[in-house]
Write a protein that binds this ligand. Structure first.
Ligand code: GDP
Length: 454
């Protein structure tokens, strides 16, 4: 494999910048541009040390640096690897990278360092995928789950399941070779029981994807209500509360605004059905229809009513939609009314209901508490469970489940020794999870999502 190099720190100005080089020639190439008192030739390099020195372009000093040395196989890629810590300006980093490239390294592709870690057997594919989610994590909960995967939890589980299937295979093959040991009935029972157990375990994993995908995609909370009820005010108040950890996302459709909030370690997507500002009846109707469609696709709904106005047809429609959803009712603008009284039409629904004044910023805290309560169940990672968050892994597991079900059906119908081929297929499929048996396109797809220098 070629020796490759890239800038590994984020583009832009930073305190330090890191240029990484990996491959057989890593040390050679570095020494062509690096001068220090301690390391003058390859033999001087002591693995796992950091050496002070200077980078030179011929006789011109480019920057004062610190270089970390990692010797194969004890490095991120399992190859010889160096990291040059430079001052974090983009020109200086680019210049040093160019020097390294002109001295024999190739520019790395996105994710190529991690790809080498995988190809050289330091990590398996589930760990590669967990690195991708650690890099892109939008919430603490997602980070926790990815951390578990990076430790090899899923990998170990896969190895364990595979081991049990291999045992069955070996057993079946011994029986084929020595048919005089006629223990078929007993064997069959044992095999069925082991395979059923594996099936149940896999089904449990598959089911965790429901929660896993919610955690990675974020919990969708729609705010609905007729124009002027106070939807945007609520959104603004929520964002104010959480300003320190808010990231803004462009509106996904013309008439709705989506904002990411982090509440209690979980990524919450607040969808405000704003954009329709006019109050004419016809426009209001269209707005409500759209809001209803959005609410339908959300996990939670906050319905907001204007206490200072008469309950109308649109409010009634909103009540209809929230009946089927996990929802919270806000009786807003209570500052405008004399008496805090729940309207009859709302009361009979017996839904959770709070009085708010978004103008006076009253009630926002209660909304956050409600969202926290509703998402508490997602924090099942407390027990360090394995949770599937990657679509690819979920698909493989679903396929394996189908194949195992088929094996169980076959076992009822045909002699036990005839299923060994199917069990072998199951094992091959399981290998896709850890990447032992995976197509090049799948790998490319995974590494495509990594950044340069990772
Ligand atoms: P939206 O159309 O549902 O997004 O409603 P907005 O949040 O834009 O609010 C419409 C108007 O109602 C604005 O002038 C707000 O200042 C006002 N408003 C919102 N909440 C309250 C409230 O609790 N009390 C009062 N008095 N006015 C409010």
């Amino acid at each position: 494999m070629e020796t490759i190099a890239a800038i590994s720190t984020a583009p832009g100005l930073g305190g330090i910048g890191i240029i990484r080089i990996t491959g057989k020639e890593a040390f050679d190439i570095l020494l062509k541009v690096f001068k220090s008192r301690k390391v003058k030739k390859i033999e001087d390099i002591v693995p796992n040390t950091i050496i002070y020195g200077k980078i030179y372009d011929n006789n011109r000093m480019v920057d004062e640096v610190l270089v970390s040395f990692f010797k194969s196989p004890n490095s991120y890629t399992k190859e010889d690897l160096v990291e040059i810590n430079t001052h974090g300006g983009s020109i200086v980093m680019k210049e040093i990278l160019n020097l390294v490239l002109t001295n024999g390294a190739m520019l790395a592709q996105p994710g190529e360092f991690t790809k080498r870690a995988f190809l050289n057997g330091r990590i398996d594919l589930t760990q590669v995928e967990s690195i991708a989610t650690i890099l892109n994590a939008k919430s603490e909960e997602e980070l926790k789950i990815s951390g578990e995967l990076l430790q090899g939890k899923l990998y170990n589980k896969v190895v364990d399941i595979k081991g049990r299937l291999m045992d069955i295979l070996m057993h079946l093959e011994v029986n084929i070779d020595y048919p005089e040991y006629d223990t078929e009935e007993k064997d069959k029972e044992e095999v069925i029981s082991t395979i059923t157990m594996i099936l149940e375990e896999l089904k449990k994993f598959e089911a965790t994807f429901d929660v896993g995908s919610k955690i990675t995609e974020g919990i969708k909370v729609a705010i609905i209500g007729r124009p002027n009820a106070g939807k945007s005010s609520l959104l603004n108040n929520l964002l104010n509360k959480e300003r320190a950890i808010v990231t803004e996302i462009e509106g996904t459709t013309r008439d709705s605004i989506e904002e990411d909030l982090n509440i209690n370690g979980i990524n919450i997507k607040i969808i405000d059905t704003a954009g329709i500002r006019e109050t004419e009846e016809k426009v209001e109707k269209i707005g409500i229809e759209r809001a209803i469609r959005l609410a339908d696709k959300s996990d939670l709904v906050i319905a907001i009513f204007d206490m200072s106005k008469e309950f109308n047809e649109n409010d009634r429609k909103i009540m209809e939609i929230i009946q089927k959803k996990e929802s919270l009712i806000l009786l807003n603008k209570y500052d405008l009314v004399e008496e805090k009284k729940v309207p009859e039409e709302i009361e009979k629904l017996a839904k959770e209901c709070i009085f708010t004044s978004m103008l006076e910023k009253k009630g926002t805290e209660d909304v956050i508490t409600w969202i926290t309560k509703k998402t508490e169940g997602l924090k099942i990672n407390k027990n360090n469970d394995i949770i599937i968050i990657h679509e690819r892994q979920k698909k493989v597991i679903t396929d394996v489940i189908e194949m195992i079900k088929q094996v169980l059906t076959d076992l009822e119908l045909i002699p036990i020794d005839m299923v060994s081929e199917n069990i072998r297929d199951v094992i091959n499929k399981i290998n896709e999870l850890t990447g032992e048996n995976v197509k090049e396109e799948v790998l490319n797809e995974i590494f495509k999502n990594f950044c340069l220098g990772k």
